[in-house]
Design a protein around this ligand. Structure first.
Ligand SMILES: [Zn+2]
Ligand SMILES: [Zn+2]
Length: 608
């Protein structure tokens, strides 16, 4: 059967060998009668190859976040994903963490392309910060992903104009001399997701991206098991497969099953319905729009990311709804409680998100009251349990009923569970497996599953961030791999406001101290001639003690400082730094002795 040959991409991307629709048989609908690409055939490269194939995961092996994978062969690199990680609870004031690209610093020339699997922040959140640092190579992503990425980039002034190309399941790219790349559509909690198939001179690598196996997805095509099996039948050297739900037995629930559960809930509720979900869970958001329509409710959409994402997805056709279903602030008052659905962000208890603002009475229009039902429609991201619990407590105190997915099955995750992961391995039959996208124990659990389906232990690579996996041909021409002890730098790169990497651990420690024990500022004015204090030192405390209740302590501190300064021999050393250090040390000790707390002490010494 002839398939029409139509290159999707014109021109040659920078540094790449150009790409052509010259797929090999695994790539859907393409047979041998396609025009041959200008590139030398893959077989040629393989014969002459004696090189090493390296796989380096810069982020995503010790966390669910900052995903970024490098595939390197003979001075050519392709990158898969460039995500961010949300900070740990002890990283105060940090917006997020992005992958460390030190390894790529002098290798911009080597980078032949960047492929983005889907539009979640743990896969796209680093793009705006990193692309400019690595020479802005061509970037390949799906239509919805591109919409979300470009929106983020436009908000960040250091993001270069992206040299982006759209991907779909029929496209095959030739990147550099070494890589041929195809795409497999997968299901997840956001539409337009792809797994990546990379053919290298030493064998095929399949990177799943985030996936679930869904036979009846919402607004998306079902999993194409046949194609996955075909890819597998052609031989897979290495499978890099996500591990988010690898500790959960069974199969993931279909997104359409959630709709049914939600439908039942909607039917019963008389008052206002307030749903908190991830702005990026667009399949879920679509389902909620459909349900609102069905139950005659209009939608009050809250949260900037929610509004942005819905707008982008609607514009490019991934979400379908009549815009008149949306309610603005002015209309809200006139709509009866049983006719409204409030849809917002903050189901993880994020501090500035919609739900948090509602419970802390900071939201301009929504305040909880008896009769309201709040539905948390996303699972708890590990680490957020406490925050979410207190959010739910506050909601119930304010009179609302709270439904969480634990109580009723309102949640289907976007990630493959154990049986799905096994199915993927059975279909692809990889020789080696490298679990990705998870904390160490999730990777390990995924490794155990791999052993259960027959992959030998030494071919399962449970790696740390930056640890290099290496493949070479042995004397008999067979590709063999090993996980080396070698590691590239993957230290945290923290983004704070709009600054990247300028928050050191010292700054973090200071913030932690201030958050836990507060701070105290001591202002002493010294007469430089006589070395005496002028007046009494001023003391300001924030977050340490309540000044009015601690008069004695403050007064004692004041006297201590005064004495310290005056005993200081100004003739030998009138050095301000020295006085400041003494105040810091001695007042710190004194306050600790009195209160068992260690506030940050900030001495300000003014000489007149
Ligand atoms: Zn995802
Ligand atoms: Zn992810």
């Amino acid at each position: 059967m002839m398939t029409k040959y139509k290159p999707r991409i014109s021109g040659r991307p920078h540094g790449a060998g150009g790409e052509k629709r010259r797929p090999f048989s695994a790539f859907r609908g393409v047979q041998a009668n396609h025009p041959v690409a200008v590139n030398p055939p893959m077989e040629k490269i393989i014969e002459s190859a004696e090189g090493k194939l390296k796989v380096i995961v810069l982020g995503g092996l010790e966390e669910v976040g900052r995903n970024m994978t490098l595939i390197e062969y003979e001075r050519e690199i392709i990158i898969i994903d460039m995500g961010l990680q949300f900070p740990e609870e002890d990283m105060l004031g940090i917006d997020y963490i992005i992958p460390n690209i030190s390894y790529l610093k002098d290798k911009a020339e080597w980078i032949k392309g960047v492929i983005i699997t889907h539009g979640h922040y743990d896969h796209i959140g680093g793009i705006q910060h990193i692309m400019g640092e690595i020479g802005n190579p061509p970037i390949f992503m799906s239509k919805l992903t591109a919409g979300l990425v470009k929106k983020k980039c436009a908000e960040y002034r250091n993001c270069p104009k992206l040299n982006d190309k759209l991907i779909d399941e029929d496209l095959v790219l030739r990147l550099g001399q070494s890589f041929r790349v195809g795409f497999l559509r997968v299901n997840h909690s956001i539409p337009d997701c792809f797994a990546v198939i990379v053919d290298t001179p030493l064998g095929r690598i399949v990177h799943t991206g985030d996936f679930k196996i869904d036979y009846s997805p919402v607004n998306d095509k079902p999993a194409d098991l046949q194609r996955i099996a075909q890819i597998g039948s052609e031989g897979v050297l290495l499978l890099m497969s996500e591990s988010t739900e690898s500790t959960h037995p069974g199969y993931q629930i279909s997104e359409s099953a959630i709709g049914n559960e939600m439908d039942k809930i909607f039917e019963k509720i008389e008052g206002r319905i307030i749903v908190g979900t991830f702005a990026s869970q667009l399949a879920r958001v679509q389902k909620l729009f459909d349900l609102a329509e069905k139950h005659g409710r209009r939608i009050y959409l809250q949260g900037r990311s929610m509004n942005d994402n819905v707008e982008i997805a609607h514009q490019i056709g991934y979400m379908k709804f009549n815009p008149r279903i949306l309610v603005n602030d002015n209309e809200l008052e006139r709509i009866p409680d049983n006719k409204i659905l409030v849809l917002g962000t903050g189901s993880q208890g994020e501090s500035n998100a919609f739900l948090q603002r509602v419970v802390s009475h900071e939201h301009k229009t929504i305040h909880l009251k008896e009769g309201d039902t709040v539905i948390f429609s996303s699972s708890v991201v590990p680490g957020n349990e406490r925050t979410i619990q207190s959010l739910k407590d506050m909601m119930t105190r304010q009179g609302a009923d709270v439904i969480h997915y634990e109580m009723m099955d309102v949640h289907a995750g976007g990630h493959a569970k154990q049986e799905d992961l096994k199915l993927m391995m059975r279909l692809l039959k990889p020789e080696y497996l490298m679990p990705i996208h998870g904390n160490h124990y999730m990777l390990k659990a995924h490794g155990d599953l791999a052993r259960a389906v027959g992959i030998p232990k030494e071919k399962i690579f449970i790696a740390d961030n930056g640890q290099i996996a290496e493949f070479v041909k042995n004397e008999t021409g067979v590709t063999v791999g090993k996980l080396t002890k070698e590691k590239v730098i993957t230290d945290y790169v923290m983004v704070d406001g709009l600054g990247v990497g300028d928050v050191s651990n010292i700054v973090l420690r200071d913030r932690r101290v201030m958050a836990e024990d507060g701070m105290i500022v001591i202002i002493a004015t010294i007469d430089s001639e006589h070395g005496k204090t002028i007046g009494n030192p001023d003391i300001i405390s924030r977050g340490f003690v309540y000044m009015k209740d601690s008069r004695e302590l403050i007064e004692a501190t004041r006297m201590k400082v005064k004495k310290m300064v005056e005993s200081h021999d100004s003739r030998t050393s009138a050095d301000i730094d020295h006085i400041k250090n003494r105040i810091r040390d001695e007042v710190g000790q004194f306050l600790f002795m009195k209160t068992k707390r260690r506030p940050m002490v900030l001495p300000v010494v003014i000489k007149v």
